[in-house]
Design a protein around this ligand. Sequence first.
Ligand SMILES: Cc1cc2nc3c(=O)[nH]c(=O)nc-3n(C[C@H](O)[C@H](O)[C@H](O)COP(=O)(O)O)c2cc1C
Length: 397
Amino acid sequence: MKNITCIDDLRVLARRRVPRAFFDYADSGSYNEETLRANRADLEAIKLRQRVLVDVSERTLATTIIGQKVSAPFALAPVGLCGMQHGNGEILSAQAANAAGIPFTLSTMSICSIEDVAEATGQPFWFQLYVIRDRDFSKDILSRAVAAKCSALVLTVDLQVLGQRHRDIKNGMTVPPEIRLKNIIDVATKPAWAWSILNGKRKTFGNLAGHVKGMDNVNSLAQWIGTQFDPALSWKDVEWIKKIWPGKLILKGILDADDAKTAVKLGADAIVVSNHGGRQLDGAASSISMLPKIAEAVGSDTEVLFDGGIRTGADIMRALALGARACLIGRAYIYGLGAAGEAGVAKAIDILKKELDVAMALTGTNRIAEIDGRVLVGGEVKKKAARAKLKSKTTQG
Ligand SMILES: Cc1cc2nc3c(=O)[nH]c(=O)nc-3n(C[C@H](O)[C@H](O)[C@H](O)COP(=O)(O)O)c2cc1C
């Protein structure tokens, strides 16, 4: 780990350790990957404003997200199949997040189940829901999340149909991997991965297995997933979820100011400005380019979270400067998980924290609440909006 100095190093290591089908699953975007690339390019185009001779000896990354105290302004995003990057991947990631003092989000499409993670960590985590056609399943899984004391529900709204990822098809990406000669050879050259998977608690979708009628084997489960995402999902379903979920509700996958306003009207505690990491609508705008307008439309009653393309602490600062209260981290921690399990996730979190801390120092910032348009080149023009945001942030803690 000594020579791992940035998220890209973790990516290189993950590529070596994880079978190609699963590495590509994490790394890819949909179709031509235009949006995947735009997420990164548009973040990098935003320039930070270097300031000097400001006393920055009292820096802290601590803040709150939906009222929860956190050690840094980011959480681990929901990511399907963590347990295929490394055995027990969801438990290990949750443990790393807990140790670091940031929230972990468990995906509906996880390998370890809600109960597995709750039992292994003994600490609350966020649960992400895909509403599928079988509404009874949704109701049931929400009761399980309540029983496991999940502290927030992240309702993902940008996956009514699945954006195609070419590499998944070409690689025969199934759970477990399709038996093709090249997959067998690939796995045979990744013994540490194979060992961790063999010793993992589960080999299939832990939240679904045993909870879906007539679905006893992996292949039929995979088929079930392909057919069960619901194209009829609508704002009415959000109202329904709001009624049956007793805790905080976060709507993830908002990329339009009008949709953000509707989410606010329906009482979302937070929204995540997101294009699913460039995995859904290819050709959609980058998340960061849509953030300022959405943040302005939402005002201060609903928290604005952000994801898409974050690979450095400077990226987190960029998102906060443009109106996000905090970020979700996707691939950045998944590369860590694939590279080295729990230690890799911890490393990813640590890298992002340290980079953000240095970015704060060199922009003359001591507190997260001070990060606004003024840390950006040309950001002074946003001063008025920034001041209003700072006021609301300060009152929120
Ligand atoms: C491999 C992978 C699987 C994902 N699975 C889910 C999921 O199950 N549920 C969900 O809401 N988002 C899922 N996402 C999207 C992430 O939550 C997040 O929006 C995205 O990764 C952010 O972009 P980034 O990876 O560039 O940080 C997934 C992303 C990746 C890379």
